[in-house]
Write a protein that binds this ligand. Sequence first.
Ligand code: AMP
Length: 542
Amino acid sequence: MLEGLMMDYQLTLDKIIEHAARLHPNKKVITKLPDGSFHELTYGEMAKRIRRLSSALESVLGVKPGDRVGTFAWNNYQHLELYFAIPGAAAVCHTLNIRLNGEQLSYIIDHAEDKVVFVDGTLLPLYEQLAAGSTSVQAHVLFNVDRDVQTSLDNVYFYEDLIEQGDENYQWACTDERMASAMCYTSGTTGNPKGALYSHRSTFLHTFGVMQANAMGLGETDTILAVVPQFHAMSWGLPYAGVYSGANLLMPGQFLQAEPLAEMTEKYRVTVAAGVPTIWNGLYHELKNNPRDISTIRALVVGGSAMPRALTRAYETELNVDVLHAWGMTEMSPIGTVSALMSHHADLSTEEKWDVKATQGYPVSGVDMRICDEEGNELPWDGEQMGELQVRGFWVSKQYYKLDKSADHFTADGWFRTGDVATMSPDGYMRITDRTKDLVKSGGEWISSVDLENALIGHEDVMEAAVFAVPDARWAERPWAAITPKDGASVDMDALNQYLTAEGFAKFWLPDNYVSVDELPKTSTGKLDKKVLRKMHADGAW
Ligand code: AMP
């Protein structure tokens, strides 16, 4: 082999903050503080604070390369600093999901063996309560808190003291791009949570991936509102991609309600905002009642669950905001696809364009995809055949932390099994039809619960819907639907099935029963938890 003669310049995250400090020293992270005021910190100042913090991690807290350091926090400037300072000291930034229950949180902290945890003061009582069962943590660092705070935690430090004590000329310890930089546990609905362990290299390449024009196309002129939590899939990579682009980052703290989001979007003329459909649904209704101009948004990025087509249409026609539907997974850092239009869509009608945007979209450069049948045979990209979605690429996990590489999750030829079931169109647009565990297989035929749900929420009486499999002697499984009706409405099976028939669903797809529930069971990241519905059915709830 003739080796290329190019530098082996390591893809380490210190390069991101140093670049921003040099090129964009006056661009900033703006945080809505717990008292409701806005705090601004320039990247120039932030870089100095980060170096000091990295240094104090080593000198004050004794953090060594490879140690796991937890964060339990909202999106704010301190959490952003930790995203750089912990990996900068060659340690691993382990973002803890504040919505887990105590058992799961303690499990995750101890499984990761977190040595230090940084706790946002606004969450201190919650953390004290939830993490009480964990045993690995040797020190806690508090921020957004008064010094005279009462706490049951041992060995407590204050964040600003660490920064004070640190060295501004710290030499970064992250010298090898293969070093682990961060970790995040998945909120799997079955079994224990599993840890995805990112490297500097994978995160760096993911950052480029997010920034590219065919993905979010971030630039210095952007102001990015990161609603998606930093404790969930690294806030979709926006903290790194935003800083590297020299964009301003707007961090909402605990203010994730529609009204403050609308206010800050207008005030700071946000151009890119990212969050789950529930958030944007709430914002849309808020703006109907209290109009504000949010048309500065050029990309409303939506992922985590499918974006309802009707909501995309409402944003685009009523609020003049372009929607960018995206799909990803914690195991994928997380970006996999985005659903932007291509030049060959130019002549489509507006309705047809929304059909395209309702799909999860094409793989961004850096991610390969395929769909496979149950025997592992690759299926064609014909837009019809549904198969298990498998991925590989620069920022995809190859194994879970401290777990063997099981065939349930990784194929022998090097692909990650996403657990999503999808079709691929001939031009490369992926459409999720189910989770493998949620599939309904009736008489040997797959029924897409997601397609049924999407149609059902279009009915005037239905607020939310979950379609789940129920064992059946004749067909093996049949679909049932759990519905939360809109205020004052009731669930009428005949009417709903007539509606689905009119929407074009085949007879064998129609749910055999509809049950009305006050609330649908959800996971800690807000996804439907159909395992609970199946169990309720098995336990004779209906
Ligand atoms: P998480 O790792 O918690 O982010 O969950 C990843 C899973 O969320 C994926 O495997 C999908 O099942 C689901 N998901 C993410 N984005 C979308 C989307 N745009 N549409 C439908 N499901 C999605």
